[in-house]
Design a protein around this ligand. Structure first.
Ligand code: PLP
Length: 388
């Protein structure tokens, strides 16, 4: 009898807060709780702590400190960047471009813009889960004001040719935004080399606390303010800062930068080990999305003839946490728009599972998860009317 363990393989949904991050946050709940806008010492201490965090996040993406603005989430950063720049530049044109497989934070922002009278082009992705530069070249028009393409997809982990896409957009006079929520801390990012105008980030995907994000806004870009009120975030996003959250995000970003190469290598080796193991032990499966151009910790597999929800529940009973799509859509039964976009047939989409590895994942965890997975798939296929 195998002993039950807890194996968390849903790091793309969220990550645990690292002990060092929590430790950095603690003083700002109780001892140093001053409002960063207050002029006395404990207020100024808080202001200093936010400055440090801003430097830490900026350092991770090659930005200047005054180009990073803290927000309440990656979702907020996406809304601000995409809706904010489309509205701002609507006199120039009402055409914007994004892709079919963005996170809902971006897709639903695009739908909102459609309701406001904007014309939105949704670029397709190829069968490997990559946006083709040719498609952007063909779609871009003289009235296109902003293009948004995610850096790494949250379901299949595929990485996009952001520098090339950005160049095409910028040459045509459009702004370029990328949602780097899944990429941050998992691939090297340098906003200057990429050339992007705006980039979204989120703390809870990199072992920081939930409810805090950031938007990189290139210096000189007069993106309109998101919240109106006090002078926080240089007046661009008013509201008393989430001090502890921001401090935690900063610390998490610092740690991510220090460990980046080792983190990537560790995850890549474990990911490939897991894929090979599952492939060799379970028949009738397919890996969704390119293996070459992929986040180091993402595995997305279709198990033919059975339901992903049923696999998820059996794995959960065995202590293994996985996801059937993005966390936000896993409560609904509509097939994943990401897997549809890469051409996975509907019946296969229903049998797809996302496993996302993180800093705390071990080989033993993966061995256990693979054993539990094999047992679950065999059990479900025995009772499935779809399997031969
Ligand atoms: N963009 C992507 C690609 C994501 O994966 C997520 C979260 O899953 C978000 C945006 C939203 O980030 P947040 O949870 O901080 O709102």
């Amino acid at each position: 009898m195998v002993e039950k363990r807890l194996v968390y393989l849903d790091n793309a949904a969220t990550t645990p807060v690292k002990p060092e991050v929590l430790e950095a946050m603690m003083p700002y709940f109780t001892a140093s709780y001053g409002n960063p806008s207050s002029l006395y010492t404990i207020g100024q201490n808080s202001k200093d702590a936010i400055r440090t965090a801003r430097e830490q996040v900026a350092a991770l993406i090659g930005a200047k400190e005054n180009e990073v603005f803290f927000t309440g989430s990656g979702t907020e950063s996406d809304n601000w960047a995409f809706i904010g720049s489309a509205m701002w530049r609507r006199e120039k044109g009402k055409h914007v471009i994004t892709t079919e497989f963005e996170h809902h934070a971006l897709l639903h922002s695009a739908k909102y813009l459609e309701k406001e009278g904007f014309d939105v082009t949704y670029l397709p992705v190829d069968a490997e889960g990559i946006v083709r530069t040719e498609d952007l070249k063909n779609a871009i028009r003289s009235d296109t004001t902003v293009v948004s393409v995610m850096y790494a997809n949250n379901e299949i982990g595929t990485l996009q040719p952001i520098a090339e896409l950005c160049k095409i957009a910028r040459e045509a006079g459009a702004l370029f935004h990328t949602d780097a929520v899944q990429a941050l801390g998992n691939v090297p990012l340098d906003v200057k080399k990429l050339g992007v105008d705006m980039m979204s980030m989120s703390s809870h995907k990199i072992y920081g606390p939930k409810g805090v994000g950031a938007l990189y806004v290139r210096k000189g870009l007069a993106l309109p303010n998101y919240m109106h009120g006090g002078g926080q975030e240089s007046g661009r996003r008013a509201g008393t800062e989430n001090l502890t959250g921001i401090v935690g995000f900063g610390k998490a970003a610092e740690l991510a930068g220090q460990n980046l190469d080792a983190h990537i290598e560790k995850l890549r080796v474990l990911r490939d080990y897991f894929i090979e193991k599952v492939k060799s032990e379970i028949p009738d499966i397919r890996l969704n999305g390119s293996l070459e151009s992929r986040l180091p910790g993402n595995v997305n597999i279709t198990f033919k003839y059975i339901e992903g929800e049923a696999i998820l529940l059996l794995l959960d009973m065995a202590g293994v946490a996985v996801s059937t799509g993005s966390a936000c859509s896993s409560a609904s039964l509509t097939p994943s728009h990401v897997l549809s976009a890469i051409g996975v047939p509907v019946e296969d989409i229903h049998g797809s599972i996302r496993f996302t590895l993180g800093d705390f994942t071990t080989k033993e965890d993966l061995d256990y998860a693979a054993d539990m997975l094999k047992a679950a798939v065999e059990k479900l296929r025995k009772i499935s009317s779809l399997s031969g």
